[in-house]
Design a binder for this molecule. Structure first.
Ligand code: FMN
Length: 255
C-alpha cells in the first residue's frame, strides 16, 4: 500500500511507477486531506509493504503529509516492510529525520528512504524558478532508471545511500529552515487571481486543504494554505499570482 501526496504530479507519477513495479496498491493522501482526514484507518495484509511517497517542501515532508502520518492508523501492522521515496527539485536535506520521528510515534520503522530528483516547483522566493525545458526533460529521463534501482532496493529491503541526495548544508536546512517554514505554511497566503481567470474552478478542485472557495465565479483563498502550489501551477490560464514575485516565473505540472 503506497500512501502518496502530490501537488503538481511529480510524486504521483513516481508513486504510480513504483506501484507498477512492486505491485503495491495506491492511496491518494490528497483525497484523504480533502475529506478532512475522516478516514485514516487502513488494514494491512500480512505480506503487504507500506510505502510513503511525497515531495520535499523546504527540506522536509509537506506539513499536510505530516498531519496525515499523525492521524494514520494501520491495523495489523507488525513488522511490515516500510519504505519512503521523496521527490525533490534539488536535494532532500534530512527530511528522513522528520519523517522517521513522526513514524516512530506510530511504531513504524522505515527500511529505506530514497529520493528522485524531478522538475522544480518552488517559485515563491527570489532565485527560485521552474527548470528550463532541457533540464525538465533530463530530470524526467534520469528518474526512470533511478526509480527502477529504488524499486530493487525496496524489494530487497536495503538502503542505498547513493540513491538519496541530501545536498549541502543538509542538517542546517532541515533543522533550522524546515520547522519555521512548516509553521508558516499552514495559514494565510498571498494568492490572487488576474483578469485571465475564467472561473473554471480547477484551483478549487486541486487544493488539498480545501482552502479555495469560488465566490462570484472567482477563487477566494482562506487561511488554511499549505503552500503546495497546486493552484498556481495547475491554473490552465496562468491566472493566479502570489504577490508580484510570480509574475515572471514559470509554471509546471507533470505531463
Ligand atoms: C513549498 C515547496 C517547497 C519546496 N522545497 C524544496 C526543497 O527544499 N528542496 C528541493 O529540492 N525541492 C523543493 N521543492 C520542489 C519539490 O519538492 C519538487 O518539485 C517535487 O517534485 C514536487 O512534487 P509534486 O509535483 O508531487 O508536488 C519545493 C516545492 C514546494 C512547492
Amino acid at each position: 500500500m503506497i500512501f502518496y501526496f502530490s501537488a503538481t504530479g511529480n510524486s504521483e507519477w513516481v508513486a504510480r511507477q513504483l506501484s507498477e513495479r512492486l505491485d503495491d496498491s495506491l492511496v491518494c493522501v490528497n483525497n484523504i486531506a480533502r475529506n478532512n482526514f475522516s478516514n485514516t484507518t487502513f488494514e494491512l495484509d500480512s505480506d503487504e509493504r507500506i510505502g510513503f511517497v511525497f515531495p520535499i517542501h523546504s527540506w522536509g515532508p509537506p506539513a499536510i503529509f505530516m498531519k496525515f502520518i499523525e492521524k494514520l492508523n494501520l491495523k495489523n501492522y507488525t513488522e511490515h516492510n516500510a519504505y519512503a521515496v521523496c521527490t525533490c527539485g534539488d536535494d532532500t536535506g534530512f527530511a528522513d529525520y522528520h519523517l522517521k520521528k513522526a513514524l516512530k510515534k506510530k511504531d513504524i520503522e522505515l527500511c529505506s528512504f530514497h529520493s528522485v530528483t524531478m522538475p522544480n516547483t518552488y517559485i515563491l522566493l527570489p532565485g527560485f524558478d521552474v527548470d528550463p525545458s532541457n533540464v525538465e526533460k533530463r530530470k524526467k529521463e534520469e528518474a526512470i532508471a533511478k526509480i527502477q534501482k529504488i524499486a530493487d532496493c525496496i524489494e530487497s529491503e536495503v538502503q542505498d545511500k547513493k540513491l538519496l541526495h541530501r545536498g549541502s548544508f543538509a542538517r542546517i536546512k532541515s533543522m533550522l529552515i524546515y520547522p519555521p517554514f512548516t509553521k508558516q505554511a499552514n495559514g494565510k497566503c498571498k494568492f490572487t487571481y488576474t483578469d485571465k481567470c475564467t472561473g473554471c474552478g480547477i484551483c478549487q478542485m486541486v487544493c488539498p486543504s480545501r482552502n479555495i472557495e469560488m465566490k462570484d465565479g472567482h477563487p477566494e483563498w482562506h487561511n488554511n494554505c499549505t503552500q503546495c502550489l497546486a493552484c498556481i501551477h495547475r491554473c490552465p490560464n496562468r491566472a493566479i499570482e502570489h504577490g508580484k514575485i510570480t509574475l515572471k516565473k514559470g509554471r509546471y505540472y507533470y505531463k
